[in-house]
Design a protein around this ligand. Sequence first.
Ligand SMILES: Cc1ncc(COP(=O)(O)O)c(C=O)c1O
Length: 447
Amino acid sequence: MSATVTPLRPQSQPNDLESFWMPFTNNRQFKRSPRMLVAAKDMHYRAADGREILDATSGLWCVNAGHGRPKIVEAVQRQVAALDFAPTFQLGHPLPFELAARLTTFMDGHFDHVFFTNSGSESVDTALKIALAYHRARGQGTRTRLIGRERGYHGVGFGGISVGGIVKNRMFFGSLLNGVDHLPHTHNLEQNAFTRGQPAWGAQLAGELERLVQLHDASTIAAVIVEPVAGSTGVLVPPKGYLERLRQICDRHGILLIFDEVITGYGRLGKPFATDYFGVKPDLITTAKGLTNGTIPMGAVFARKGIYEAFMDAPEGSIELFHGYTYSGHPVAAAAALATLDVYKEEGLLERAAGLSQYWEDSIHGLKGARHVIDLRNLGLVAGIELEPRPGAAGARAFEAFTKAFDKGVLIRVTGDIIALSPPLIVEKPQIDQMVDTVRTVLKEVA
Ligand SMILES: Cc1ncc(COP(=O)(O)O)c(C=O)c1O
């Protein structure tokens, strides 16, 4: 790594680790033995002790173009000096208009409006609210039910955890939203273990949506939200035909289909979005993360043709959608996003995973037979490596693998007992080898 810039506060080990209440972290464990990152360039982080760490997780599924890309850095620097902030409530500034127009060019004009947020969680809440308000605007205000899926992750807002399906993310936080149901998840080791790409078994699970329609009646259901490939619960690849079936059932009953593409968006599968990859068009798409290459927080919700228009019959002079964030379309974030899209385009990054995916698949499946491994799955440039849980200590084995890999200079991500890999889209084959070799070595060492 040739990190050229000195961090603003070069002190690598702050004196007070206590005050920062860290998100989704075992705070006590971390603060006893911190893993501190102080710089990053291209495929590598630099740790506080000076070691280079190969990034096999794109930070947190977001740094798709690799770290410290000069074009993005310069765009942010220029924009913050020129216009640090301007409201987008009843005022405007040029960048979000330019960005939205550019984003709509991605998908054959099918999605013609974009609502900006600051995160994946906000994108999800925004999409759910748009779905509810859309039906109401069309005189179908009885459509209030939302349907998510078991093992789904849709961020941490109350909307997102209500439609999400991760027990620990839900159980501490009261009764959540009313009127939410869940489809069954599609993960089945007996049927699908060690499948390369999309599993053959499981499309029928989409039929559970019909059952929910029979139970509640379509006139009460607003939207279904799923991740096309579930990321955070360990890379669950949709069975062949599953997403198509969901689309058909939604169409039959006038239910909106939302794809949460916070992870799959911006090139992860070798196409710009999962909707392109699977050839299934939802009504709303939520994105964030790769939109700005993780540089500045920003999310974007894409709405298909007709959704925005449904709101435009509101009385003249009235706000059409009572929703938005102070930082919706923030100038610096928008500048980062525009520069990120330039980098993606110039380097063909939104398609690059397609050329690497076979090598990736072969490398990942080369771990078959490695110690503790009970499943391997992959699509595009994402992979899940499922480990047999240690009896009575779910997650402990994978967490140990994570810390050992970090010590050996590779950043992996773990969720429960699943290792999830999703490298920046600039990754080279020798770096894929290094990731897989490190995982293999670590699994030999982990008890
Ligand atoms: C599919 C999906 N939706 C939503 C989110 C939430 O995004 P954020 O953490 O930016 O709020 C994530 C984060 O990983 C995600 O993977």
